[in-house]
Ligand binder design. Structure first.
Ligand code: SAM
Length: 378
């Protein structure tokens, strides 16, 4: 993409990124809005898109600001259940032309909501700032609030970790950061990039990572551990593979389990089997049509690693449904993966012995159900 273009074509992996963003956002905004709606004085839900883009792709598809705005403004709870909650959406874009386009697209959207949508909620405020994210970072607020920070730069030099580290220390803040790992890996040894990368990682430690096939993995681990050091107890990465030569990641970080549940929701929306990655399907050679004889069946989640994690945690000791829920909460699996996809089949094939007090069914929490793994044959 030329840096002059206002809009550019949306690539396949960008579509996946947006699907992840939408699933994350729907869960995240419901959790925080529901919480603040139950407080006497409501609360403030803040959404900060630091590299917002023009709001639209050249094929007409919406960009991140419009995806978020539409998800919020068409949520049926906005006008009733969440009427005590205020929403502040802030979009930062460096390019004048893109910021102007975004302003126009958001105005059009607001108008369309007034005229033919469910109306416009006075609780929703939005602003576009034309400038550099580094100079327009979210400021702390005094009132009870939650913050979602979306950082989606083209390259690493624009998203310095130093700033991210400051930000994530705000209470109730959750972040999704686009990490173009292949670029970082490729440019690591290019002269003049050292300072940009020091800033990106928030440390010069990347300089000690040796060359070789394992280098991208180590760079990703360093990035994740920097977020953890910044105070985000839950950090996980989702891989995007646009082609064989490139890999990007969306790194999610949060300091509380509910934020982590939202991030995982995004990951599993794009990859319902492993919740870990998206690969752009190979295009057929020019002139040939892709065809299939029948629709491939949609596979269920692969929960074998969750069962392994439970076994590693409890060995042959007795544990409760609530214990298993705690392990699941910290893992990359959703709470909906625990019972039907993991515990039920493990009991059915004799790996798990379950004790149910009278009246307790399946794996219901709060019923005193306990279980233990049987030993594996030598
Ligand atoms: C990958 S695009 C964003 C796409 C958008 N998030 C979406 O999903 O539709 C990155 C954008 O960041 C802008 N940008 C580059 N450097 C920036 C900076 N330092 N601060 C803010 N915006 C910047 C670019 O002009 C570009 O529009």
């Amino acid at each position: 993409m030329s840096s002059e273009e206002v809009c550019w074509p949306r690539e396949e992996h960008t579509r996946a990124k947006h699907e992840l963003l939408l699933a994350f956002f729907n869960k995240w905004v419901s959790i925080h809005s529901g919480y603040f709606a139950g407080q006497a004085n409501g609360g403030l839900v803040r959404i900060y898109d630091g590299f917002a883009g023009p709001g639209i792709y050249s094929g007409g598809e919406p960009g991140s600001p419009l995806i978020i705005m539409r998800a919020l403004c068409t949520n049926p709870n906005l006008f009733r259940a969440w009427d005590k909650v205020r929403y502040d959406l802030h979009f930062v874009e460096k390019s004048h032309a893109r910021a102007a386009m975004l302003q126009q697209k958001l105005e059009e959207f607001q108008e369309a909501m007034r005229e033919c949508g469910p109306g416009w909620s006075a609780n929703v405020n939005w602003a576009v700032t034309c400038g550099r994210y580094e100079e327009n970072v979210p400021q702390p607020v005094r009132e009870p609030s939650a913050l979602f920070l979306f950082l989606d730069p083209f390259g690493y030099s624009h998203a310095p970790m130093e700033l991210t580290q400051d930000l994530v220390q705000q209470p109730k803040s959750d972040t999704l950061i686009f990490l173009p790992l292949s670029f970082v890996n490729r440019f690591k040894d290019r002269e003049g990039q050292e300072l940009a990368l020091d800033r990106f990682f928030g440390t010069p430690k990347w300089r000690r990572i040796p060359n070789g096939d394992e280098r991208p993995r180590h760079l990703l681990s360093l990035f994740e551990s920097q977020l953890r050091e910044a105070g985000l107890g839950y950090v996980g990465a989702f891989r995007l593979r646009p082609d064989a030569a490139n890999e990007y990641f969306i790194v999610g970080g949060t300091s509380h389990p509910k934020g982590w549940a939202s991030i995982k929701e995004g990951f599993w929306a794009v990859d319902p089997v492993n919740g870990m990655e998206y690969r752009t399907p190979k295009q057929p050679p020019p002139g040939q049509q892709a065809f299939s004889f029948e629709e491939a069946p949609v596979a269920g989640p692969n929960t074998a690693p969750l069962l392994e994690a439970l076994r590693a945690e409890f060995g042959e000791r007795e544990f409760t449904v609530e214990d298993a829920m705690r392990v699941t909460e910290r893992s990359r699996f959703l709470d909906t993966h625990l019972r039907r996809a993991t515990l039920v089949p493990a009991e059915a094939d004799g790996q798990l012995i379950v004790h149910r007090p009278q009246g307790a069914r399946q794996f219901k929490a709060g019923k005193g159900i306990t279980m233990r793994f049987v030993s594996r044959p030598e």
